[in-house]
Write a protein that binds this ligand. Structure first.
Ligand code: ADP
Ligand code: NI
Length: 221
């Protein structure tokens, strides 16, 4: 595939995704896609071995298009990505590689057991999870909690263990609880060497944030 053909396809896909997500406020806004794409491309450079940057970039751009929160049904979301890929001038195997990543990236609360096999899939999944931790992850968590009318913190509420999907989505949590119920666990779910190394730094940053937070909460600093 010629480089400038790929460039044109990326540009068109970017516009397609932008107009779909422009108005989203569920945490899947365009800037999340922008960050995941840049992160996946950076990781593709740093990861040892051969990585197809074009597949990474396309999958990162399209990764939230079939998301359940943005579609009436899972089938409707799947149809949307397939229709987009089908009209592109791309080799069949590249379309399939991108589609497989996009349809199997999200864990859907742990119910999705399909593992991503390609290095491109593993990198994009890591990039998506990295965007939920570190400084960006803290900001997204606070914004999400606020948008649902929840508290930043309530010392009488303790993080819950072994949550079912419904409990996780029940809204019984504070922003600080979400750190323990999700964010601090993400480091151990990284697939790639580069993902692990990026996650380590972002994780440490969150630990520091929490330490500072509790000191300030108690008026000790
Ligand atoms: P994804 O499953 O793609 O990570 P979510 O919709 O679960 O997307 O989350 C979008 C963003 O909102 C993430 O940064 C996530 O950590 C945050 N978030 C999700 N659930 C909560 C919650 N209960 N409290 C605070 N932040 C949340
Ligand atoms: Ni995402």
């Amino acid at each position: 595939m010629e480089k400038n053909v790929q460039k044109e396809i990326i540009k068109q896909t970017e516009q397609f995704v932008f107009q779909l997500l422009e108005k989203d406020a569920s945490g899947h806004d365009w800037w999340h896609i922008h960050r995941v794409r840049n992160l996946a491309l950076q990781m593709a450079v740093e990861e040892p071995g051969e990585v197809n940057a074009f597949i990474c970039e396309m999958a990162a751009l399209l990764h939230d298009v079939p998301d359940e929160k943005l579609n009436k049904t899972a089938e409707a979301g799947e149809k949307k990505v397939k229709a987009w890929l089908n009209q592109l001038f791309l080799p069949e195997e590249e379309k399939e590689a991108i589609l497989f990543i996009v349809l199997n990236l999200s864990y859907k609360g742990g119910t999705n057991k399909v593992e991503l096999t390609s290095i491109e899939g593993k990198l994009v999944q890591d990039a998506d999870r990295l965007d939920a931790i570190g400084a960006i992850g803290i900001a997204r968590t606070m914004a999400f909690s606020g948008s649902r009318g929840r508290l930043i913190h309530d010392p009488s509420k303790k993080p819950r263990e072994n949550l079912s999907y419904d409990e996780y989505r029940s809204g019984e949590d504070t922003a600080i609880m979400h750190f323990y119920e999700k964010l601090l666990k993400l480091k151990n779910t990284m697939n790639t060497q580069t993902g692990k190394s990026f996650a380590e730094k972002r994780h440490q940053y969150m630990e520091q944030f929490l330490e500072e937070f509790y000191l300030e909460w108690d008026g000790l600093k």
